[in-house]
Design a protein. Structure first.
Length: 489
């Protein structure tokens, strides 16, 4: 009896296992062979700016990620720029999310469901992708997991005003990281209704939610003036609905195994709304304006993990009376099989080829090909991110199209000169390096400036080298005849 009590006293918390599991998955291949793609390059180059320069930029562009950029600026200041500093916050955030899933699952469905949900969370393909991503979506997921845990805590009758204040503050911070995270609120409302929460709890939830929304509302209104940033998102198609439909089917199966009942708090009552409501709500918003991008509602994977855990917990419970010894191996066996099945995908997500391009690889190629006195052009101008992330690779090259730098202009890519000046600058060069997209990912050139660059290069230059790697392309042009220097007047 005493030994049993001692073992219980010194037993590690259940949530530590999924946390260690998620950290191991996150640290595995964290640098992705020292590659950084265009979305992460935006984080990197903004984090290198001063706080004043970031604030200036947010008035022009990307205000929705302002809090995240300021956070990363602080981390870059303390730890220095690098792929570890860029991605480790996401790894730690996902570990926090896994801990919250585990604790939530244990309160709702027991230890086996908790372990199943926490371990399944780290294995989900969408989670593995963003586990090593230098963007804010993992942090939003951690906040949504914490707010869900706080909601379950108060619904279980534990805690009062302080936990409601923590709930509202967590939702507020998530909203400031990405205001679409507020879609967690209708999911939580559905849980309250399904669980038959009393009027007092509903009032407190409404007050906390209204406070969070009020805090995020200025960001929402201001970001409407920067709506061109999401103009690249395509309209909804039936093909885009396949993924959400599969997720909802898996979640529905987990909910059936959990046998939810109205008026009772369970993993299904919490997990199914958390999975389904953000998906359906974002689809509805996208019918008005295209906004459906799965990473915007990455936090809905928390619901899927809870439902998978509930299903695994139900399987263990049903097998225990008949096969008491074998039942304890159900969860380890399922996790082992899932891990083995996902190894090819896990390896692929940790490869540089898992992203559309690699700004560091093309910077290394520029370093190899450049010559003193040569010039550089970027098509489109957004490909200047390569230089902004790796300025040393471009030392000695003149950016002849640039009129005002990104820091001064408060933009991500700087302001380029007009077509006439760019053509004149090109005509004065002997050797030009063009950094652009590889053929497989390049889109048709639409900007007038970019067409002017291409036309001037075709008229006066010949290609002497053309290298494509990891979604980017470096083409070296040399002048056919003598260069024409601009007149002194």
């Amino acid at each position: 009896m005493n030994s049993s009590l001692a073992l219980r006293r010194y037993r590690l918390p259940v949530w530590l296992i999924p946390v260690a599991w998620t950290l191991a998955l996150g640290l595995w291949g964290l640098s992705r062979q020292h590659s950084v793609w265009r979305d992460e390059a935006a984080t990197w180059q903004v984090a290198l700016r001063t706080a004043g320069e970031i604030w200036h930029m947010l008035g022009q562009v990307d205000v929705v990620h302002g809090l995240y950029y300021l956070l990363m600026h602080g981390l870059f200041e303390v730890f220095g720029p690098g792929t570890t500093t860029l991605r480790l916050p996401s790894v730690l955030a996902m570990a926090v999310a896994a801990a919250c899933v585990t604790v939530t699952g244990r309160r709702l469905a027991g230890t086996w469901a908790a372990l199943g949900g926490g371990l399944a969370f780290g294995l989900l393909p969408a989670v593995q992708f963003h586990l090593q991503e230098g963007r804010p979506f993992a942090l939003v997921t951690a906040g949504a997991a914490l707010s869900t845990l706080l909601l379950v805590t108060v619904l279980a009758g534990c805690g009062g005003a302080m936990r409601w204040a923590a709930y509202g503050a967590t939702v507020l911070v998530c909203g400031l990281l990405n205001w679409l995270s507020l879609l967690v609120l209708p999911a939580h409302l559905a849980t309250l209704v399904w669980a038959g929460a009393g009027r007092g709890i509903r009032r407190r939830w409404a007050a906390a939610s209204a406070t969070a929304i009020a805090g995020v509302l200025p960001l929402i209104l201001f970001s409407r003036g920067q709506s061109d940033q999401v103009s690249w998102i395509p309209p909804l198609t039936w093909h885009m609905m396949i993924g959400p439909a599969v997720l909802l089917a898996i979640g529905g199966l987990g909910a059936l195994l959990d046998r939810p009942r109205a008026g009772r708090l369970s993993a299904a009552v919490v997990g199914l709304p958390l999975l389904a409501v953000p998906q359906i709500a974002l689809i509805g918003l996208s019918l008005v304006r295209p906004l459906y991008v799965d990473r915007y509602i990455l936090f809905s994977m928390l619901g899927l993990a809870l439902l998978i855990g509930a299903g695994l917990g139900a399987a263990v419970r049903s097998a225990a009376p008949r096969l008491p010894r074998a039942s304890v191996w159900i969860l380890p066996a399922v996790v082992a099989v899932a891990m083995a099945a996902l190894v090819p995908q896990s390896l692929a997500k940790r490869s540089p080829d898992s992203r559309v391009d690699d700004v560091l690889a093309v910077a290394a190629e520029v370093r190899r090909l450049k010559e003193a006195g040569a010039a550089v052009l970027f098509v489109p101008a957004a490909r200047r991110d390569t230089e902004l992330v790796s300025p040393d690779a471009f030392t000695g090259l003149r950016d002849i199209a640039l009129q005002e730098g990104p820091e001064e202009s408060g933009t991500l890519k700087g302001v380029e000169a007009d077509q006439a000046r760019i053509r004149a600058a090109i005509a004065a060069q002997r050797r030009i390096l063009l950094v652009t997209d590889a053929a497989g990912v390049a889109k048709p050139v639409s900007a007038e400036r970019d067409r002017a660059k291409a036309a001037a290069l075709k008229e006066r230059f010949t290609v002497v080298s053309d290298v494509q790697l990891r979604g980017r392309r470096v083409t070296v042009y040399e002048r056919i005849g003598p260069s024409r220097r601009p007149s002194a007047g």
